[in-house]
Design a binder for this molecule. Structure first.
Ligand SMILES: *Cc1c(COP(=O)(O)O)cnc(C)c1O
Length: 419
Protein backbone atom coordinates (compact mmCIF):
# COMPACT_ATOMS: atom_id res chain seq x y z
CA UNK A 1 0.00 0.00 0.00
CA UNK A 2 1.24 3.46 -0.78
CA UNK A 3 1.47 6.21 1.82
CA UNK A 4 -1.36 8.16 0.27
CA UNK A 5 -3.68 5.27 1.03
CA UNK A 6 -3.56 6.28 4.69
CA UNK A 7 -6.86 7.94 5.43
CA UNK A 8 -7.18 11.63 4.74
CA UNK A 9 -8.42 13.42 7.86
CA UNK A 10 -10.04 16.81 7.35
CA UNK A 11 -8.94 17.83 10.86
CA UNK A 12 -5.41 18.17 9.47
CA UNK A 13 -6.49 20.91 7.07
CA UNK A 14 -6.94 24.24 8.89
CA UNK A 15 -10.31 25.89 8.35
CA UNK A 16 -11.63 23.19 6.02
CA UNK A 17 -15.20 22.06 6.65
CA UNK A 18 -17.20 19.36 4.95
CA UNK A 19 -19.06 19.29 2.69
CA UNK A 20 -16.63 21.41 0.71
CA UNK A 21 -17.80 23.44 -2.28
CA UNK A 22 -15.67 23.41 -5.44
CA UNK A 23 -18.35 23.62 -8.13
CA UNK A 24 -18.28 27.32 -8.95
CA UNK A 25 -19.24 26.91 -12.59
CA UNK A 26 -22.63 25.59 -11.50
CA UNK A 27 -23.29 28.45 -9.13
CA UNK A 28 -21.43 30.66 -6.70
CA UNK A 29 -22.04 31.62 -3.11
CA UNK A 30 -23.32 35.16 -2.93
CA UNK A 31 -20.74 37.68 -1.78
CA UNK A 32 -21.83 39.22 1.57
CA UNK A 33 -21.21 42.67 0.10
CA UNK A 34 -23.77 41.88 -2.60
CA UNK A 35 -26.38 40.82 -0.06
CA UNK A 36 -25.77 43.98 1.91
CA UNK A 37 -26.36 46.13 -1.16
CA UNK A 38 -29.61 44.28 -1.93
CA UNK A 39 -31.19 44.33 1.52
CA UNK A 40 -32.78 47.81 1.51
CA UNK A 41 -34.59 46.98 -1.73
CA UNK A 42 -36.50 44.16 -0.07
CA UNK A 43 -37.78 46.41 2.69
CA UNK A 44 -37.95 50.22 2.81
CA UNK A 45 -36.95 50.81 -0.80
CA UNK A 46 -39.57 48.52 -2.29
CA UNK A 47 -40.80 50.74 -5.11
CA UNK A 48 -41.59 49.63 -8.66
CA UNK A 49 -38.95 51.01 -11.01
CA UNK A 50 -41.72 51.68 -13.54
CA UNK A 51 -43.65 53.96 -11.17
CA UNK A 52 -42.81 57.31 -12.75
CA UNK A 53 -44.92 59.58 -10.53
CA UNK A 54 -43.62 59.19 -6.98
CA UNK A 55 -40.46 58.97 -4.90
CA UNK A 56 -40.67 55.21 -4.29
CA UNK A 57 -40.56 54.58 -8.01
CA UNK A 58 -37.76 57.09 -8.62
CA UNK A 59 -35.66 55.53 -5.89
CA UNK A 60 -36.02 52.06 -7.42
CA UNK A 61 -35.39 53.39 -10.92
CA UNK A 62 -32.26 55.15 -9.77
CA UNK A 63 -30.93 51.92 -8.25
CA UNK A 64 -31.68 50.04 -11.47
CA UNK A 65 -29.88 52.67 -13.54
CA UNK A 66 -26.85 52.48 -11.28
CA UNK A 67 -26.77 48.69 -11.77
CA UNK A 68 -27.03 49.15 -15.53
CA UNK A 69 -23.97 51.38 -15.38
CA UNK A 70 -22.02 48.94 -13.19
CA UNK A 71 -22.71 46.11 -15.64
CA UNK A 72 -21.99 48.22 -18.71
CA UNK A 73 -18.68 49.37 -17.24
CA UNK A 74 -17.50 45.80 -16.68
CA UNK A 75 -17.96 44.86 -20.36
CA UNK A 76 -17.18 48.14 -22.10
CA UNK A 77 -20.79 48.91 -23.05
CA UNK A 78 -23.10 51.86 -22.37
CA UNK A 79 -25.93 51.55 -19.86
CA UNK A 80 -28.65 51.91 -22.51
CA UNK A 81 -27.38 48.68 -24.08
CA UNK A 82 -28.17 46.56 -21.01
CA UNK A 83 -31.50 44.66 -20.85
CA UNK A 84 -32.41 42.87 -17.63
CA UNK A 85 -33.67 39.28 -17.70
CA UNK A 86 -34.32 36.41 -15.29
CA UNK A 87 -30.92 34.85 -16.00
CA UNK A 88 -28.69 33.73 -18.81
CA UNK A 89 -31.07 31.02 -20.02
CA UNK A 90 -33.58 33.75 -20.77
CA UNK A 91 -30.88 36.05 -22.17
CA UNK A 92 -29.76 33.32 -24.57
CA UNK A 93 -33.33 32.55 -25.64
CA UNK A 94 -34.04 36.23 -26.19
CA UNK A 95 -30.84 36.66 -28.21
CA UNK A 96 -31.18 33.59 -30.42
CA UNK A 97 -34.93 33.64 -31.04
CA UNK A 98 -35.23 37.42 -30.96
CA UNK A 99 -32.54 37.91 -33.61
CA UNK A 100 -33.75 35.01 -35.74
CA UNK A 101 -37.27 36.45 -35.86
CA UNK A 102 -36.13 40.02 -36.44
CA UNK A 103 -33.73 39.23 -39.30
CA UNK A 104 -35.64 36.41 -40.95
CA UNK A 105 -36.14 38.44 -44.14
CA UNK A 106 -32.39 38.68 -44.52
CA UNK A 107 -31.65 34.99 -44.05
CA UNK A 108 -32.41 31.84 -42.08
CA UNK A 109 -28.95 30.50 -41.27
CA UNK A 110 -27.40 30.43 -37.78
CA UNK A 111 -23.96 29.17 -36.77
CA UNK A 112 -23.08 27.90 -33.32
CA UNK A 113 -20.89 25.09 -31.94
CA UNK A 114 -21.44 21.63 -30.48
CA UNK A 115 -20.05 22.43 -27.03
CA UNK A 116 -22.43 25.28 -26.21
CA UNK A 117 -24.58 25.26 -23.08
CA UNK A 118 -28.06 23.74 -23.52
CA UNK A 119 -29.48 27.25 -23.17
CA UNK A 120 -28.06 27.89 -26.66
CA UNK A 121 -28.47 24.44 -28.22
CA UNK A 122 -32.13 24.01 -27.27
CA UNK A 123 -33.31 27.37 -28.67
CA UNK A 124 -31.37 26.53 -31.86
CA UNK A 125 -33.15 23.17 -32.09
CA UNK A 126 -36.48 24.91 -31.75
CA UNK A 127 -35.58 27.30 -34.55
CA UNK A 128 -34.69 24.34 -36.75
CA UNK A 129 -38.26 23.11 -36.31
CA UNK A 130 -39.42 26.52 -37.47
CA UNK A 131 -37.53 26.55 -40.75
CA UNK A 132 -34.12 27.84 -39.71
CA UNK A 133 -30.89 26.14 -40.71
CA UNK A 134 -28.32 25.74 -37.93
CA UNK A 135 -24.66 24.77 -38.37
CA UNK A 136 -23.07 23.25 -35.28
CA UNK A 137 -19.32 23.73 -35.64
CA UNK A 138 -17.17 20.91 -34.25
CA UNK A 139 -14.41 21.62 -31.75
CA UNK A 140 -10.83 20.40 -31.98
CA UNK A 141 -9.37 18.04 -29.36
CA UNK A 142 -8.28 21.13 -27.42
CA UNK A 143 -11.89 22.36 -27.19
CA UNK A 144 -11.50 25.35 -29.51
CA UNK A 145 -13.30 25.92 -32.79
CA UNK A 146 -11.32 26.25 -36.00
CA UNK A 147 -11.78 29.72 -37.48
CA UNK A 148 -11.48 28.22 -40.97
CA UNK A 149 -14.52 26.04 -40.22
CA UNK A 150 -16.42 29.17 -39.26
CA UNK A 151 -15.39 30.96 -42.46
CA UNK A 152 -16.49 28.00 -44.55
CA UNK A 153 -19.83 27.73 -42.77
CA UNK A 154 -20.80 31.36 -43.45
CA UNK A 155 -22.98 31.99 -46.47
CA UNK A 156 -25.21 34.78 -47.76
CA UNK A 157 -28.10 33.53 -45.63
CA UNK A 158 -26.13 33.63 -42.36
CA UNK A 159 -27.67 36.15 -39.95
CA UNK A 160 -26.20 35.12 -36.61
CA UNK A 161 -23.11 33.51 -35.12
CA UNK A 162 -23.36 32.44 -31.46
CA UNK A 163 -20.14 31.14 -29.89
CA UNK A 164 -19.68 30.99 -26.13
CA UNK A 165 -16.86 33.03 -24.59
CA UNK A 166 -15.65 30.40 -22.10
CA UNK A 167 -16.88 26.86 -21.70
CA UNK A 168 -18.63 25.92 -18.48
CA UNK A 169 -17.25 22.37 -18.38
CA UNK A 170 -13.71 22.53 -19.71
CA UNK A 171 -12.96 26.22 -19.18
CA UNK A 172 -11.52 26.90 -22.64
CA UNK A 173 -11.69 30.46 -23.94
CA UNK A 174 -12.66 30.75 -27.61
CA UNK A 175 -10.90 33.23 -29.94
CA UNK A 176 -13.68 35.77 -29.43
CA UNK A 177 -11.90 38.79 -30.86
CA UNK A 178 -11.13 36.96 -34.08
CA UNK A 179 -14.68 35.64 -34.39
CA UNK A 180 -16.09 39.11 -33.78
CA UNK A 181 -13.85 40.65 -36.42
CA UNK A 182 -14.86 38.04 -38.97
CA UNK A 183 -18.57 38.54 -38.22
CA UNK A 184 -18.30 42.29 -38.61
CA UNK A 185 -16.45 41.96 -41.91
CA UNK A 186 -19.28 39.76 -43.19
CA UNK A 187 -22.11 41.82 -41.70
CA UNK A 188 -23.26 38.97 -39.47
CA UNK A 189 -24.49 39.55 -35.91
CA UNK A 190 -22.22 38.05 -33.25
CA UNK A 191 -23.71 36.82 -29.96
CA UNK A 192 -21.69 35.27 -27.17
CA UNK A 193 -22.81 33.42 -24.05
CA UNK A 194 -20.28 35.02 -21.71
CA UNK A 195 -21.68 33.67 -18.44
CA UNK A 196 -18.41 32.03 -17.40
CA UNK A 197 -16.17 34.83 -18.64
CA UNK A 198 -17.73 38.05 -17.39
CA UNK A 199 -16.19 39.11 -14.09
CA UNK A 200 -13.47 36.44 -14.37
CA UNK A 201 -11.43 37.60 -17.36
CA UNK A 202 -11.43 40.86 -19.34
CA UNK A 203 -14.44 41.25 -21.62
CA UNK A 204 -14.75 44.27 -23.91
CA UNK A 205 -17.63 44.35 -26.37
CA UNK A 206 -15.98 47.14 -28.38
CA UNK A 207 -12.50 45.70 -28.76
CA UNK A 208 -13.95 42.24 -29.39
CA UNK A 209 -16.70 43.27 -31.82
CA UNK A 210 -19.40 41.59 -29.75
CA UNK A 211 -22.93 42.61 -30.73
CA UNK A 212 -25.00 40.73 -28.18
CA UNK A 213 -23.82 39.14 -24.93
CA UNK A 214 -25.47 37.07 -22.18
CA UNK A 215 -24.47 37.16 -18.52
CA UNK A 216 -25.88 35.83 -15.25
CA UNK A 217 -25.86 36.98 -11.61
CA UNK A 218 -25.36 33.71 -9.77
CA UNK A 219 -22.14 32.75 -11.61
CA UNK A 220 -20.40 35.89 -10.37
CA UNK A 221 -21.25 35.86 -6.64
CA UNK A 222 -24.57 37.61 -7.22
CA UNK A 223 -28.13 36.37 -6.79
CA UNK A 224 -29.91 33.65 -8.76
CA UNK A 225 -32.77 34.50 -11.09
CA UNK A 226 -31.30 37.67 -12.56
CA UNK A 227 -29.21 38.20 -15.66
CA UNK A 228 -28.70 40.62 -18.49
CA UNK A 229 -28.40 40.84 -22.23
CA UNK A 230 -26.13 43.41 -23.82
CA UNK A 231 -27.55 44.59 -27.15
CA UNK A 232 -25.34 46.83 -29.30
CA UNK A 233 -26.91 50.19 -30.23
CA UNK A 234 -24.54 51.42 -32.92
CA UNK A 235 -22.18 50.02 -35.57
CA UNK A 236 -24.41 48.09 -36.07
CA UNK A 237 -27.61 48.80 -34.20
CA UNK A 238 -28.96 45.35 -33.33
CA UNK A 239 -32.70 44.80 -33.10
CA UNK A 240 -34.31 42.02 -31.19
CA UNK A 241 -37.87 40.73 -31.28
CA UNK A 242 -39.33 40.60 -27.77
CA UNK A 243 -40.16 37.14 -26.47
CA UNK A 244 -42.21 38.42 -23.52
CA UNK A 245 -44.83 41.10 -24.18
CA UNK A 246 -46.65 43.16 -21.60
CA UNK A 247 -45.96 46.84 -21.00
CA UNK A 248 -42.87 47.48 -23.06
CA UNK A 249 -40.28 47.55 -20.28
CA UNK A 250 -36.58 47.43 -21.18
CA UNK A 251 -37.04 49.44 -24.39
CA UNK A 252 -39.71 47.03 -25.59
CA UNK A 253 -37.36 44.05 -25.60
CA UNK A 254 -38.39 42.42 -22.33
CA UNK A 255 -41.58 43.31 -20.50
CA UNK A 256 -42.22 42.64 -16.83
CA UNK A 257 -41.71 44.45 -13.54
CA UNK A 258 -38.01 44.58 -12.81
CA UNK A 259 -36.53 42.46 -10.02
CA UNK A 260 -35.04 45.50 -8.29
CA UNK A 261 -33.15 43.77 -5.43
CA UNK A 262 -31.79 41.16 -7.84
CA UNK A 263 -30.69 43.83 -10.29
CA UNK A 264 -28.99 45.83 -7.53
CA UNK A 265 -27.18 42.62 -6.55
CA UNK A 266 -26.10 41.90 -10.11
CA UNK A 267 -24.77 45.45 -10.43
CA UNK A 268 -22.83 45.19 -7.18
CA UNK A 269 -21.45 41.77 -8.17
CA UNK A 270 -20.18 43.29 -11.42
CA UNK A 271 -18.61 46.23 -9.63
CA UNK A 272 -16.75 43.96 -7.20
CA UNK A 273 -15.60 41.60 -9.96
CA UNK A 274 -14.27 44.50 -11.99
CA UNK A 275 -12.33 45.90 -9.05
CA UNK A 276 -10.89 42.58 -7.90
CA UNK A 277 -10.49 40.70 -11.18
CA UNK A 278 -6.74 41.02 -11.60
CA UNK A 279 -5.96 39.93 -8.07
CA UNK A 280 -8.62 37.23 -7.94
CA UNK A 281 -7.70 35.65 -11.25
CA UNK A 282 -4.04 35.49 -10.23
CA UNK A 283 -4.99 33.84 -6.93
CA UNK A 284 -7.33 31.32 -8.57
CA UNK A 285 -4.82 30.50 -11.29
CA UNK A 286 -2.22 29.73 -8.61
CA UNK A 287 -4.68 27.55 -6.65
CA UNK A 288 -5.80 25.78 -9.80
CA UNK A 289 -2.19 25.07 -10.80
CA UNK A 290 -1.44 23.82 -7.30
CA UNK A 291 -4.32 21.35 -7.58
CA UNK A 292 -3.26 20.30 -11.07
CA UNK A 293 0.38 19.81 -10.09
CA UNK A 294 -0.45 17.76 -7.02
CA UNK A 295 -2.75 15.46 -8.98
CA UNK A 296 -0.35 15.10 -11.89
CA UNK A 297 2.67 14.42 -9.73
CA UNK A 298 0.98 11.68 -7.68
CA UNK A 299 -1.11 9.93 -10.32
CA UNK A 300 -0.34 8.43 -13.69
CA UNK A 301 -2.89 8.08 -16.49
CA UNK A 302 -4.59 11.37 -15.84
CA UNK A 303 -5.18 13.97 -18.48
CA UNK A 304 -6.48 17.47 -18.72
CA UNK A 305 -9.47 18.32 -20.87
CA UNK A 306 -9.36 21.58 -22.79
CA UNK A 307 -6.25 23.53 -23.70
CA UNK A 308 -4.54 25.15 -20.71
CA UNK A 309 -3.26 27.91 -22.99
CA UNK A 310 -6.63 29.63 -23.26
CA UNK A 311 -8.27 28.74 -20.01
CA UNK A 312 -10.39 30.19 -17.22
CA UNK A 313 -8.44 30.79 -13.99
CA UNK A 314 -10.67 28.68 -11.72
CA UNK A 315 -11.29 25.69 -13.98
CA UNK A 316 -9.66 22.29 -14.02
CA UNK A 317 -11.25 19.38 -15.88
CA UNK A 318 -9.35 16.16 -15.47
CA UNK A 319 -9.88 12.55 -16.52
CA UNK A 320 -8.74 9.74 -14.25
CA UNK A 321 -8.32 6.84 -16.62
CA UNK A 322 -8.88 3.26 -15.39
CA UNK A 323 -11.14 4.45 -12.61
CA UNK A 324 -14.85 3.88 -12.64
CA UNK A 325 -16.55 7.26 -12.63
CA UNK A 326 -19.33 6.54 -10.22
CA UNK A 327 -17.03 4.94 -7.65
CA UNK A 328 -14.74 7.94 -7.87
CA UNK A 329 -17.56 10.36 -7.18
CA UNK A 330 -18.79 8.17 -4.36
CA UNK A 331 -15.32 8.18 -2.82
CA UNK A 332 -15.19 11.96 -2.74
CA UNK A 333 -18.82 12.61 -1.90
CA UNK A 334 -17.92 15.16 0.78
CA UNK A 335 -16.54 17.38 -1.99
CA UNK A 336 -18.96 19.18 -4.32
CA UNK A 337 -17.60 18.95 -7.86
CA UNK A 338 -19.14 17.99 -11.20
CA UNK A 339 -18.52 14.79 -13.07
CA UNK A 340 -18.26 14.01 -16.76
CA UNK A 341 -21.68 12.45 -16.56
CA UNK A 342 -24.89 14.32 -17.17
CA UNK A 343 -28.13 13.12 -15.70
CA UNK A 344 -30.47 13.33 -18.65
CA UNK A 345 -33.78 11.80 -17.62
CA UNK A 346 -33.02 8.62 -15.70
CA UNK A 347 -29.86 7.56 -17.51
CA UNK A 348 -26.29 8.59 -16.90
CA UNK A 349 -25.00 9.99 -20.20
CA UNK A 350 -21.38 10.97 -20.76
CA UNK A 351 -20.96 14.73 -21.12
CA UNK A 352 -21.52 15.83 -24.74
CA UNK A 353 -18.80 18.44 -24.31
CA UNK A 354 -16.18 15.83 -23.38
CA UNK A 355 -17.46 13.56 -26.17
CA UNK A 356 -16.96 16.45 -28.60
CA UNK A 357 -13.25 16.47 -27.69
CA UNK A 358 -13.05 12.85 -28.77
CA UNK A 359 -13.12 11.22 -25.34
CA UNK A 360 -14.57 7.73 -25.05
CA UNK A 361 -17.57 7.14 -22.80
CA UNK A 362 -15.52 5.53 -20.00
CA UNK A 363 -12.97 8.31 -19.87
CA UNK A 364 -15.70 10.95 -19.99
CA UNK A 365 -17.43 9.28 -17.04
CA UNK A 366 -14.19 9.23 -15.07
CA UNK A 367 -13.66 12.97 -15.48
CA UNK A 368 -14.08 15.62 -12.84
CA UNK A 369 -14.65 19.34 -13.19
CA UNK A 370 -13.09 21.30 -10.36
CA UNK A 371 -14.51 24.81 -10.20
CA UNK A 372 -12.51 27.09 -7.92
CA UNK A 373 -14.01 30.35 -6.77
CA UNK A 374 -13.68 33.41 -4.58
CA UNK A 375 -14.22 31.56 -1.31
CA UNK A 376 -11.95 28.56 -1.85
CA UNK A 377 -8.73 28.41 0.17
CA UNK A 378 -5.35 26.77 -0.29
CA UNK A 379 -6.11 24.36 2.56
CA UNK A 380 -9.23 23.27 0.67
CA UNK A 381 -7.21 22.68 -2.47
CA UNK A 382 -4.77 20.56 -0.48
CA UNK A 383 -7.57 18.51 1.07
CA UNK A 384 -9.25 17.96 -2.31
CA UNK A 385 -5.98 16.95 -3.97
CA UNK A 386 -5.05 14.50 -1.20
CA UNK A 387 -8.54 13.04 -1.06
CA UNK A 388 -8.80 12.52 -4.82
CA UNK A 389 -5.32 10.97 -4.96
CA UNK A 390 -6.22 8.64 -2.09
CA UNK A 391 -9.46 7.49 -3.69
CA UNK A 392 -7.99 7.07 -7.17
CA UNK A 393 -5.09 4.98 -5.84
CA UNK A 394 -7.47 2.77 -3.88
CA UNK A 395 -9.80 2.27 -6.83
CA UNK A 396 -6.92 1.43 -9.11
CA UNK A 397 -5.75 -1.25 -6.74
CA UNK A 398 -9.07 -2.90 -7.51
CA UNK A 399 -8.94 -2.25 -11.24
CA UNK A 400 -7.94 -5.23 -13.44
CA UNK A 401 -7.52 -2.89 -16.42
CA UNK A 402 -5.04 -0.74 -14.55
CA UNK A 403 -3.12 -3.87 -13.48
CA UNK A 404 -2.86 -5.00 -17.08
CA UNK A 405 -1.70 -1.61 -18.29
CA UNK A 406 0.95 -1.51 -15.60
CA UNK A 407 2.15 -4.93 -16.73
CA UNK A 408 2.57 -3.57 -20.22
CA UNK A 409 -0.35 -5.29 -21.87
CA UNK A 410 -1.76 -3.32 -24.80
CA UNK A 411 -5.50 -3.14 -24.03
CA UNK A 412 -6.37 -2.31 -27.61
CA UNK A 413 -4.99 -5.69 -28.75
CA UNK A 414 -7.09 -7.74 -26.37
CA UNK A 415 -10.06 -9.67 -27.65
CA UNK A 416 -12.72 -9.25 -25.03
CA UNK A 417 -15.32 -11.97 -24.53
CA UNK A 418 -18.69 -10.96 -25.90
CA UNK A 419 -20.98 -9.40 -23.32
C1 LIG B 1 -25.07 28.73 -16.00
C2 LIG B 1 -24.95 28.97 -17.44
C3 LIG B 1 -26.06 29.39 -18.20
C4 LIG B 1 -27.44 29.52 -17.59
O1 LIG B 1 -27.54 30.65 -16.77
P1 LIG B 1 -28.77 30.82 -15.77
O2 LIG B 1 -28.63 32.22 -15.28
O3 LIG B 1 -28.57 29.80 -14.70
O4 LIG B 1 -30.03 30.61 -16.52
C5 LIG B 1 -25.87 29.61 -19.54
N1 LIG B 1 -24.66 29.46 -20.12
C6 LIG B 1 -23.58 29.08 -19.42
C7 LIG B 1 -22.28 28.95 -20.12
C8 LIG B 1 -23.69 28.82 -18.07
O5 LIG B 1 -22.62 28.43 -17.40
Amino acid sequence: MSNAAASIDVANYPGVHLPLYMDNHATTQMDPRVLEAMMPYFTGKFGNAASRNHAFGWEAEQAVEQAREQIAKLIGATSKEIIFTSGATESNNLAIKGIAEMYRERGNHIITQVSEHKAILDPCKRLEKNGFRVTYLPVKADGLIDIEDLKRAMDDKTILVSIMFANNEIGVIQPIEEIGKLCHERGVIFHTDAVQAVGKIPVDVQAMNIDVLSLSGHKIYGPKGVGALYVRRRNPRVQINAQIDGGGHERGMRSGTLNVPGIVGLGKACEISGQEMAEESARLTALRDRLKNKLESSLDYVHINGTMEHHLPGNLNMSFVYVEGESLLMGINDIAVSSGSACTSATLEPSYVLKALGLGDDVAHSSIRFGLGRFNTQAEVDYVADKVIDVVLKLRELSPLYEMVKEGIDLSKIEWAAH
